[in-house]
Design a protein. Structure first.
Lengths: 328, 258
């Protein structure tokens, strides 16, 4: 494919010249360096701020910060803990992922491999539109439309899957302001990012890998299974983690829908529970200085959970690196 | 096992553009046929019509007939997936599945065909790798990724993968153009061994290679850029390289153009 170029016949005459430092270079290097350093400073400042305020709050906590259900820093002595919040955050995000990831991969594959080109473009555009909807609008839609309409779904789940306990609803007449509803709402909200990133990654699967499968007599699904998904796997994991990051931190939509209360229930249809960001936005306005510090402590935990999730994702990607398409 | 290919009146299109025009030829079973010609003359496109890979390209369309021992590959009701299981293909760039081990690469086609039993798979994988002259080099690391091999080894792995499903025809699209001379030699030797079992068609830009490996040689050309490619002549390789019947062939072979 490549031909070696003939060696240059007349070599450049050697000139002894010092590297001239040009102003453009200097300015650009300075800007690049400055941006890098600024990022580090901002990160350090945030981490320091969170840690200092959080530690001062936690040290005055008379409950166990990790296992206490209630969030009452205004009591004397103050008692507050993150058990309900951590549980609610993780459960609602897991529900969201369980719903969104398969659908997103399906949409991405449909756009790239099944839809005729005339259809793929418009679908991708509509998915982009989903990402443009502000989260408070999702929250309003969730509270005014999803909550009343999910009532029947909840009853059905309770009827047929109540025996799993997870889908058992303690009070069948209570509104569907539950972690389950929040999970569905979050799933819709994180669908665009997962779909779009997955689509990009799937589009980057080299044609020659797909042809390798095709030439062996693979059907369309087999091509996807043999060449597309393995190649795109780490990218799809990254896409899902981006979505998970958004689901973990989502505030307004959750705060609008969830009927928060300091109860930790394995029954995901019960209208109880809370999440970190929902709790912060709900309590911040009326909190005194100490209450704010306590909320910051919960924010720090959310930050750590997100960090942990990202780390885990990186590990998954790293472990399969030898087999990834990157070194093909 | 090896089958005769009869092509008649075959034209291929990319949307409105006609890439090859009205090609007819017969390829004998168990022979090696080389396609030569300048870039853009449609020889790769033609090759890809022989296992219905051309139509995978958006806008790709074919007219005409390709008979594989009397069965028309383009007949109505013929599944292209089945065609590709009988007509194997090796590409220009080695393309083992990067996420699979050497073993799984060779077994991939077999698994598509529903071979599941471990000892059966083991036997065919060994036979195919041996057939591709790769067994001795990889037998101790069958579970290592195929993408870790050298370019020449990867290409032989691709050949092993293609022959594992026992196709009747093996198409090779410039299989050595990304390889160094030693690896090229290994592949050429392999082609000589494989032709007893398969009908082989090879596209090559390397005329010495065509002269070395093939029994018959077909020369393709196009009258101008934007015009469809045509088959100028096909004849015994010896004759094409010593005394071709068309002047353009001689000009091309002797390096007067192209």
């Amino acid at each position: 494919m490549t031909t070696t170029a003939p060696p240059p016949t007349t070599p450049e005459p050697h000139r002894v010249a010092r590297t001239v430092s040009r102003p453009g270079d200097r300015i650009f290097a300075g800007m690049a360096r400055g941006s890098g350093i600024l990022l580090l400073i901002v990160m350090a400042a945030i981490a320091l701020f969170l840690t200092v305020r959080a530690v001062s709050a936690i040290s005055k906590d008379h409950g166990n910060f990790l296992t206490t259900f209630e969030w009452t820093p205004s009591l004397n002595p103050p008692v507050f803990g993150i058990a309900v919040l951590a549980y609610g955050t993780v459960v609602s995000s897991v529900i969201a992922m369980a719903i969104a990831v398969p659908i997103a991969i399906g949409i991405a594959l449909f756009i790239t491999h099944y839809a005729p080109r005339r259809l793929g473009g418009p679908i991708a555009y509509v998915i982009d539109l989903l990402a443009a909807v502000p989260s408070i609008v999702y929250g309003l839609w969730g509270a005014l439309f999803l909550v009343p309409h999910l009532r029947g779904v909840n009853l059905w789940l309770d009827d047929y899957f109540g025996w799993t306990y997870i889908f058992h609803k303690q009070d069948p007449n209570s509104a569907a302001r539950s972690l389950f509803t929040v999970g569905i709402l979050l799933a819709i909200m994180i669908l665009p990012i997962i779909t779009n990133v997955s689509r990009e990654v799937i589009n980057q699967v080299p044609k020659m890998h797909e042809e390798a499968a095709l030439a062996l007599g693979a059907t369309r699904w087999e091509v996807i299974r043999l060449s597309v998904l393995p190649f795109a796997r780490s990218g799809i994991i990254s896409a899902s983690m981006l979505g998970l990051g958004r689901a973990l931190g989502e505030t307004m939509a959750v705060a609008t829908v969830l009927s928060a209360s300091p109860v930790l229930s394995a029954r995901i249809l019960d209208p109880v529970g809370g999440t970190f960001s929902q709790n912060i936005v709900a309590k911040f306005g009326e909190a005194d200085d100490f209450g704010r510090d306590a909320l910051i402590a919960s924010g720090l935990v959310l930050f750590l959970i997100t960090l942990l999730v990202n780390g885990a994702a990186r590990m998954i990607i790293q472990r399969r690196k030898e087999y990834s398409g990157a070194n093909a | 096992m090896a089958k005769r290919i009869d092509i008649s009146g075959l034209s291929a299109y990319y949307s409105a553009f006609k890439a090859i025009d009205d090609i007819s030829m017969t390829i004998e079973p168990g022979s090696v046929t080389a396609f030569i010609g300048p870039s853009g003359c449609g020889k790769s496109t033609f090759l890809r019509t022989l296992n219905r890979m051309h139509e995978v390209t958006p806008g790709g369309r074919v007219e005409g007939k390709v008979l594989l021992d009397d069965e028309n590959l383009y007949g109505s009701g013929v599944d292209p997936v089945t065609v590709r299981r009988t007509v194997g293909m090796v590409f220009q760039r080695p393309n083992p599945f990067p996420t699979m081990s050497i073993y799984d690469n060779v077994a991939a086609g077999l698994k598509l065909n529903g071979v599941r039993r471990k000892n059966e798979l083991d036997a065919i994988v060994e036979k195919s790798l041996t057939g591709a002259n790769l067994w001795n080099e990889v037998k101790d690391r069958l579970n290592k990724p195929g993408s870790g091999l050298s370019g020449g080894q990867q290409q032989r792995l691709c050949i092993a993968r293609a022959i594992a499903v026992e196709p009747q025809v093996l198409l090779m699209d410039e299989p050595c153009s990304a390889l160094d001379p030693i690896s090229t030699l290994a592949i050429e030797d392999l082609i000589g061994e494989l032709k007893t079992r398969f009908t082989i068609v090879i596209v090559t830009h390397n005329m010495q290679q065509a002269a070395r490996v093939s029994d018959r040689t077909a020369f393709f050309n196009l009258s101008a850029v934007g015009q469809p490619g045509r088959l100028i002549e096909i004849d015994d390789t010896e004759r094409i390289f010593s005394n071709p019947s068309v002047q353009a062939t001689e000009d091309y072979i002797s390096g007067r153009f192209g």
